[in-house]
Design a protein around this ligand. Structure first.
Ligand SMILES: Cc1cc2nc3c(=O)[nH]c(=O)nc-3n(C[C@H](O)[C@H](O)[C@H](O)COP(=O)(O)OP(=O)(O)OC[C@H]3O[C@@H](n4cnc5c(N)ncnc54)[C@H](O)[C@@H]3O)c2cc1C
Length: 663
């Protein structure tokens, strides 16, 4: 075991002047970066200045074994530089700065996503489980080695048979009173742990989830630490390890399988913060309700979801940074009055592909900053407000779903926006596309997460026990839901002022009136939620089959979650615009805010028209306003992507021959 005399030593990056020069960007790009910097803007700046480009770019031509080696080495270097472990307590080599750790992760995602995910597995999932589900003994015994990468680990939750439905895991963790041990066993073929990052090659220890059985009684899903490899990399007795081999992406992450044949570990290896076994062999937990206990344990995943939300959005921003720069360099077809062939960015169709997505990227940056703030605030609070915690978990689930959806859709659009060049690996987009793809699936499948959001809304975060039981959802709709109250976000005072101004009648063009945007989003959310509750109530009354009752409204459930998240993200954007102190940057943000809101209204115009919120004439005006906003933002297209914070040198795209701006 390593000892660290000075626990903060790993993070001593040297004095600020040693850092490299800031990347060369335009004054507007810089002002936009500052406007979106958030509480940890200095961490972002520092990463941009100090991380060398070779740590951020993986050669897309590496074979899988080479990619795994490169990823492992790069992660070790980044860890040595203190870029991966800031969320851990100072006593174990971290900085006890949870917010910063989410931002560090986001900065890592500006580079290679295999390194990012490998880091997430070691420090977020494996180490995170030990930190949040373990107690003092686990912390003192393991956290230092986890933080220094001396003890590489994996997080073995998913099984072949059950991925999203974690409560039904089949692995058993049976307490043996005779020997005071936990017996870890995979009783069926479908109980094989699958997809597990680190299982194929590197992990020496696993946090294994399974059903805890004490005295022949099951107490639901718990987690236990199980050594799986010796120091030479050989599987330990009773542990069968497999390698998934090549995947759709993330070539540098060694995903694999685990099976256990009556593997015994001492009782104290059980991560027993929320439930454990006494030396007398009794099961004990401070949380009596098994569903609530399970949900509390899963709640510790919240940081991972916040991190993947950030990384998914960054993947989209990287793609936009490449495609937008390319669009200002690439010409196709001549046109009268044009000096040479027309630049791609001058085509309205091209502007329509890129600029509304840039607007959405900004919206998500502000929303991400807000959730990281909230994560840190709750982390710092001694007396945890359970409702606030549930709200954070719900919002993290929702933001993870919308940000990774944004990332994946945007990357594909950007790939196509670069034509054949976009399809060449040397231009950067195909690797991002491959690697970000699975973000929609892990850390919670997006469809499943959106259902959790709807459940949180229906229950008003009060009684969200269990993971995703349909019966519970119906009960909430039937009992607790007495009309939709739009819940507060941090931006509420600003929002109230804007909405009030709209109601009084500012006399301006409503299409560019932020109060009107907010009202439209709120109205949609409230209506969708109220009608969902009514529909579920009616279905529950007319059917004994809770599955059928819930399933018949599942489209509506997902719509409610999306409408909610759209409003939450818009409010974060509105607050960001208000807070911007640079007038030029504020003007551009303001136009981007309009573009984000109007694009969402346009995408949902059928709903707004069907529900008499938008006339056909106003709907046409919305589309015309979007075209006009695209036209007006086009001259600043590159400055807008500079503001999104991805340094040009990190883009790893051969086709971007002309650096945009030199002082
Ligand atoms: C590259 C990679 C790395 C991973 N790393 C890890 C790891 O380190 N540790 C770990 O424990 N796990 C890991 N996972 C597993 C991951 O968390 C699961 O794949 C994920 O939870 C989804 O589970 P599943 O694959 O069983 O999909 P399923 O749950 O079978 O979902 C399949 C489809 O069914 C839909 N669906 C499922 N339930 C519902 C429902 N109730 N209503 C409507 N639609 C539904 C989903 O939306 C999805 O489209 C990893 C996966 C991958 C691909």
């Amino acid at each position: 075991m390593t000892t660290i005399d000075d626990p903060t030593a790993a993070h001593d990056l040297g004095p600020e002047p040693d850092a490299g020069p800031p990347d060369r960007i335009s004054p507007l790009g810089q002002a936009l970066r500052e406007a979106t910097a958030g509480r940890w803007g200095h961490v972002r700046d520092r990463a941009r200045r100090t991380l060398p480009v070779e740590l951020m770019q993986r050669d897309p031509g590496l074979t899988m074994p080479q990619a795994r080696d490169w990823t492992r080495d790069t992660l070790a270097t980044l860890t040595g530089r203190g870029f991966t472990t800031s969320g851990y307590p100072v006593a174990y080599g971290g900085m006890d700065d949870v917010g910063r750790s989410a931002v560090d992760f986001e900065m890592c995602a500006h580079g290679d996503l295999s390194v990012t995910i490998k880091s997430g597995v070691q420090f977020g999932l494996f180490g995170g489980a030990v930190a949040s589900l373990g107690t003092q003994w686990h912390h003192d015994t393991y956290l230092r080695d986890i933080v220094t990468l001396e003890l590489p680990g994996c997080y073995a939750m998913s099984e072949i048979g059950h991925g999203s439905d974690v409560s039904s895991l089949e692995t058993t963790l049976t307490y043996d009173e005779e020997t005071d041990e936990i017996v870890v066993h995979s009783p069926t073929a479908s109980s094989m742990k699958a997809y597990i990052g680190g299982a194929a090659v590197d992990a020496r220890m696993a946090v294994v989830y399974g059903q805890l059985v004490v005295d022949a009684q099951s107490h639901g899903v718990h987690a236990v630490m199980v050594p799986v490899r010796d120091e030479h990399g050989q599987a330990l007795p009773g542990v069968a390890l497999g390698d998934h081999g090549p995947k759709g992406g993330l070539a540098g992450v060694d995903n694999g399988t685990l099976m256990f044949d009556q593997v015994r570990v001492p009782r104290r290896m059980l991560l027993d913060r929320y439930g454990g076994v006494t030396s007398e062999g009794d099961y004990v937990s401070d949380i009596d309700n098994p569903n609530r206990r399970f949900f509390t344990m899963l709640g510790t995943l919240v940081r991972g979801r916040v991190c993947i939300a950030g990384a998914g959005a960054v993947a989209g921003r990287r793609a936009l940074s490449i495609a937008t720069r390319y669009a200002t360099q690439r010409r196709q077809f001549s046109a009268p009055g044009h000096d040479g062939d027309v630049l791609l960015i001058d085509y309205l169709a091209h502007q329509r592909k890129l600029l509304p997505r840039i607007a959405q990227a900004y919206a998500l940056m502000f929303a991400q900053n807000q959730i990281v703030d909230r994560l840190q605030d709750l982390h710092e609070t001694d007396n945890k407000d359970q409702e606030a915690q549930r709200e954070l978990e719900t919002r993290a689930a929702g933001l993870k779903a919308v940000s990774t959806r944004f990332g994946n859709d945007t990357i594909q659009v950007c790939r196509e926006a670069c034509g054949g060049a976009g399809y060449l690996a040397e231009n950067g987009l195909t690797l991002i596309r491959r690697d970000a793809d699975v973000f929609a699936t892990f850390e919670g499948d997006n469809t499943v997460l959106l259902q959790l959001v709807a459940k949180g809304l229906l229950s008003n975060y009060k009684e969200m026990f269990g993971d995703l039981d349909m019966f519970g959802m119906l009960q909430f709709a039937a009992r607790s839901f007495g009309g939709a109250v739009i819940e507060r976000t941090a931006a509420r005072p600003v929002i109230d002022r804007l909405v009030e101004a709209t109601r009084v009648g500012s006399g301006g063009d409503p299409l560019h009136d932020r109060g009107w945007h907010v009202e439209m989003f709120e109205d949609r959310e409230r209506h969708v939620l109220e009608t969902l509750a009514t529909r579920l109530r009616r279905a529950a009354k007319n059917s004994d089959d809770s599955f059928e009752a819930f399933n018949s409204a599942q489209d509506h459930v997902l719509l409610a979650a999306r409408a909610h998240m759209d409003r939450v993200v818009l409010e974060a954007f509105v607050q960001g615009i208000e807070d911007c102190s640079d007038p030029v940057a504020q003007d551009r943000l303001s136009r981007l805010g309009d573009l984000y809101a109007l694009s969402s209204i346009e995408a949902d115009s059928a709903w707004f028209q069907q529900h008499n919120r938008l006339s056909a004439t106003r709907s046409k005006a919305v589309s015309a306003a979007i075209n006009e906003l695209c036209r007006s933002l086009r001259p600043d297209a590159v400055e807008l992507v500079e503001g999104m914070g991805v340094p040009e040198e990190w883009l790893n795209s051969s086709m971007l021959v002309e650096p945009h701006w030199t002082p």
